[in-house]
Design a protein around this ligand. Structure first.
Ligand SMILES: Cc1cc2nc3c(=O)[nH]c(=O)nc-3n(C[C@H](O)[C@H](O)[C@H](O)COP(=O)(O)OP(=O)(O)OC[C@H]3O[C@@H](n4cnc5c(N)ncnc54)[C@H](O)[C@@H]3O)c2cc1C
Ligand code: FES
Length: 222
C-alpha cells in the first residue's frame, strides 16, 4: 500500500480531506528524481526537516534505519509547536530509543506548550525552544563521510545551508528537495523552469532533489 500525507491548504486538498473510505482516486507518478540512497550508503546522513518538510524525509529516515546501510542518521526537526510534529508518535519513539538504531533525533519548537516543556524536561540535550539550526549545536560529524538532506519552508534553506557550509560540508554533499507550483509534472508546460537561457532546469523533471552545487549554478533554484 502507499501512504499520503496531505495538508489541507486549497481547493483540491480540501476535497481530498472530505473524501470517504471506499471512494476512488487516480494517482499519476511518481515523477522526478529522489535522494541518491545507494550512492550515500556507508555514510552518515543528516536529515534536516522544517514543518511539513518531514513528509518526504520520513521515508528516507525509515529506509536508512531499516536497511542498516548507513553509518549514523541524525534527524534535526523544527516545527512551530508540539501539535505540528508530523508522525509524532514515531518521532518521539525515535527520540527515546533511536540510539539503539544508530539514529539521533533532535527537536526544536517555537511556541511553548506543556507538552514541549515535558519533553524538554526529559531530553534537555535533544529538545529545545528555537529553530532547527539551533539543533546543530553540540553535534560533530565527519564532513568527508556525511551527506545532508534538507526539506522545509524556503526561508529555512538559507540558514541550514550556511550552518552546513560553516562546518565545511561541501556543496555537493548537501541535497535539497525543492518545491515549485507545478502543473504538468512531466517537463511539458514549462511552469517550473528555473535558470537562464544557457542553463535551465525543470524542477519537476530534473528535480525535485538538487544539490547545493546545482543551486550555485542555476539562478532561481533556491
Ligand atoms: C519535494 C517536497 C515534497 C513535499 N511533500 C509534502 C507532502 O507530501 N505533504 C505536505 O503536506 N507537505 C509537503 N511538503 C512540505 C511543505 O510544502 C513545506 O515544507 C511547508 O510549506 C512548510 O511550511 P510550514 O508552514 O509547515 O513550516 P513553518 O511552520 O513555517 O516552519 C517550520 C520550521 O522550519 C524552521 N525554520 C523556519 N524559518 C527558519 C529560519 N529562518 N532559520 C532556521 N530555521 C527556520 C523552524 O524550525 C520552523 O519551526 C513537501 C515539500 C517538498 C519540497
Ligand atoms: S511542471 Fe510542467 S514543466 Fe515542470
Amino acid at each position: 500500500y502507499i501512504q499520503l500525507c496531505i495538508r489541507k491548504v486549497g481547493r483540491m486538498t480540501r476535497f481530498i480531506h472530505r473524501m470517504k473510505e471506499g471512494e476512488v482516486v487516480g494517482i499519476r507518478g511518481p515523477y522526478g528524481n529522489g535522494f541518491p540512497m545507494e550512492m550515500m550508503e556507508g555514510s552518515n546522513l543528516i536529515l534536516v526537516a522544517g514543518g511539513l518538510g518531514m513528509a518526504p524525509l520520513r521515508s528516507v529516515l525509515w529506509y536508512a534505519i531499516d536497511s542498516g546501510k548507513y553509518e549514523h542518521v541524525w534527524l534535526l526537526y523544527g516545527t512551530k509547536a508540539y501539535e505540528d510534529i508530523l508522525f509524532r508518535d514515531e518521532i518521539i519513539h525515535l527520540l527515546k530509543h533511536g540510539s539503539s538504531m544508530n539514529c539521533s533525533v533532535k527537536l526544536a519548537y517555537e511556541v511553548e506548550s506543556p507538552s514541549c516543556i515535558y519533553l524538554e524536561g526529559g531530553f534537555s540535550d535533544r529538545v529545545c525552544r528555537g529553530v532547527v539550526t539551533d539543533l546543530f549545536r553540540g553535534e560533530e560529524f565527519d564532513v568527508n563521510n556525511t551527506y545532508a538532506l534538507i526539506c522545509g519552508p524556503p526561508i529555512m534553506y538559507k540558514f541550514v545551508i550556511k550552518e552546513l557550509l560553516d562546518r565545511k560540508l561541501s556543496p555537493g554533499r548537501i541535497y535539497m528537495t525543492l518545491e515549485r507550483r507545478m502543473r504538468c509534472g512531466v517537463g511539458k508546460c514549462g511552469h517550473c523552469i528555473v535558470g537562464t537561457s544557457t542553463s535551465i532546469k525543470y524542477v519537476c523533471k530534473d528535480g525535485p532533489v538538487f544539490t547545493y552545487w546545482d543551486a550555485l549554478s542555476t539562478r532561481g533554484l533556491i
